[in-house]
Design a protein around this ligand. Structure first.
Ligand SMILES: [Ca+2]
Ligand SMILES: [Ca+2]
Length: 207
């Protein structure tokens, strides 16, 4: 966890842009009153590991609510989110480009058993899924999940590897934020070393 926080701090300092405005799935329209945000990296931003996006989502907040990679737990929630999908950016048709958003599911603890990473459902197995036919296939070792995979109308899911160059992720806000550790500014101050550590990790996983 400590290493994830370190790399998240480094990424936060480098990312120049993000995000469509957060939007709410109101209880009045049959929702859960949670807020959501599609975060898209700027063209000059370095791609993220899935675990870096996980840490960034977990360190974000909105309207006093803490964020986490979205947990899509019903067809109704998927349909609502599909209606807010921001659309493909200028780069389309490539692996994990603007069309595909990381969400908060993983099978990194037990291969083939997907669970939610964080938020109110953290640690729970997936009761609702929206896999694209043929997925999840764990092709080459894939323990993280993106939605809107080649299908913006239904928001189909695909499992992807941690080092898949994440360019976009979906944050959900509904929990009381965890205070930022007092040591974080000091960690950000050590960015040069952190960047070196991140490059070393990337090169070791891309082999
Ligand atoms: Ca897997
Ligand atoms: Ca896959």
């Amino acid at each position: 966890m400590k290493r994830i926080l370190l790399t998240a701090a480094a990424s936060l300092a480098m990312i120049s842009s993000a995000a469509a405005a957060p939007f709410q799935w109101s209880a009045g329209s049959g929702g859960n009153d949670h807020w959501y945000e599609f975060v898209v990296l700027g063209s000059g931003d370095p791609s993220l590991m899935a675990t870096q996006a996980e840490a960034l989502a977990g360190s974000s907040s909105f309207m006093g609510l803490g964020g986490y990679l979205a947990t899509i737990t019903s067809a109704a929630e998927q349909t609502f989110l599909n209606s807010h999908w921001p659309g493909a950016g200028s780069v389309t048709g490539q692996f994990l480009d603007y069309s595909f958003f990381l969400i908060g599911a993983t099978d990194r603890n037990t291969e083939g058993s997907f669970e939610w990473l964080d938020g109110p459902e953290g640690g729970n197995p997936l009761a609702y899924t929206n896999w694209k036919p043929g997925e999840p296939n764990n092709s080459g070792g894939e323990d993280y999940v993106v939605a809107w995979w080649e299908d913006s109308a239904t928001g189909r899911w695909n499992d992807i590897p941690n080092n898949a160059n994440v360019r976009a992720y979906l944050v959900e806000y509904s929990v009381t934020p965890v205070p930022v550790p007092a040591a974080l500014p000091l960690l950000i101050g050590g960015l040069g070393l952190l960047g070196y550590a991140a490059r070393r990790k990337r090169s070791s996983t891309e082999a």
